[in-house]
Write a protein that binds this ligand. Structure first.
Ligand SMILES: C[S@@+](CC[C@H](N)C(=O)[O-])C[C@H]1O[C@@H](n2cnc3c(N)ncnc32)[C@H](O)[C@@H]1O
Length: 253
């Protein structure tokens, strides 16, 4: 499945205009010279810190985009076994581009199907800003629970909308970043589905306020009238405090 919003991103990536991180940035207190690509790397590193990786781990990135997070892990941890899952073959082809030290097993698969015939083979599973796309969230958690070793650990993030977010803005965002099948999805349901799949949520943090400066690099300010631009409308929702960016740490139950 080709994700339409990646058409321009893939073209920009091949021209070296954007980095291999396709997610919002994580900003802290005013840091001189902070840029979106630096903040995107910091977002990725924040997930990696929570993963608690060690050399030799088997690590899966579900919805791996252009491979930025796996590439960082590959450069900093010895002997890791890396697996990148994506539903869009064009992204996998782009992500395969080096440099890689480890062999990376890129698989064209839906998040719900990545561990169909295998159990207990992954030490760590990461999924950055991808869950909002997943049609079968329960399937994603079930596949992760099946893949994870008993000592496994998982870190997954997504974007959620509050009930009082502007419906017009939400509709524009969901159409522009399609598929976004469940605009009304809430954190409680995510935790419930994870529990049903055999996973325990041990930590949740909301990074939405720290993502906000990303939009200064991504497009123009929000005019008074609602637009048909998904980036501007996502910015409007974040600026109004009507979105959350939960990062969950999960363990086998
Ligand atoms: C916002 S991007 C994040 C990419 C990457 N995690 C990163 O941080 O750079 C969302 C990713 O999820 C992938 N994706 C969407 N639906 C998927 C599905 N059902 N199964 C697997 N991957 C999916 C997209 O192709 C895209 O790579």
């Amino acid at each position: 499945m080709n994700l339409a919003y990646f058409d321009n991103l893939l073209a920009a990536y091949s021209r070296g205009i954007v980095s291999d991180h396709v997610h919002l940035g994580l900003f802290g207190n005013k840091v001189e010279g902070q840029t979106l690509s630096l903040a995107q790397e910091l977002m990725s590193l924040h997930h990696i810190d929570l993963l608690d990786l060690k050399a030799g781990d088997s690590i899966v990135d579900v919805g791996c985009g252009l491979g930025g997070t796996l590439r960082w892990i590959d450069a900093h941890f010895e002997g890791v076994q890396l697996t990148g899952i994506n539903i869009d073959q064009r992204q996998i082809d782009a992500a395969k581009g080096g440099p890689w030290r480890s062999i990376v097993d890129f698989q064209l698969s839906d998040a719900a199907d990545f561990s169909e015939s295998r159990i207990s083979w992954a030490d760590r599973i990461v999924s950055i800003e991808a869950m909002f796309h997943f049609q079968n969230l329960m399937g994603f958690f079930s596949a992760s629970a099946r893949a994870m070793r008993p000592s496994g650990r998982m870190v997954a993030s997504t974007i959620l909308f509050k009930d009082d977010a502007s419906p017009q803005s939400v509709a524009t965002v969901c159409a522009g970043f399609s598929p976004w099948p469940r605009p009304n999805l809430k954190l409680a349901e995510i935790c419930e589905q994870a529990a049903l799949a055999g996973l325990k949520v041990v930590q949740v943090e909301d990074l939405a306020p720290r993502c906000l400066p990303s939009f200064e690099w991504m497009g123009s300010a929000c005019p008074d009238e609602v637009t048909d631009d998904p980036v501007i409308e996502l910015r409007r929702i974040f600026e109004a405090g009507k979105a959350s960016y939960p990062v969950l740490v999960l363990l086998p139950a």
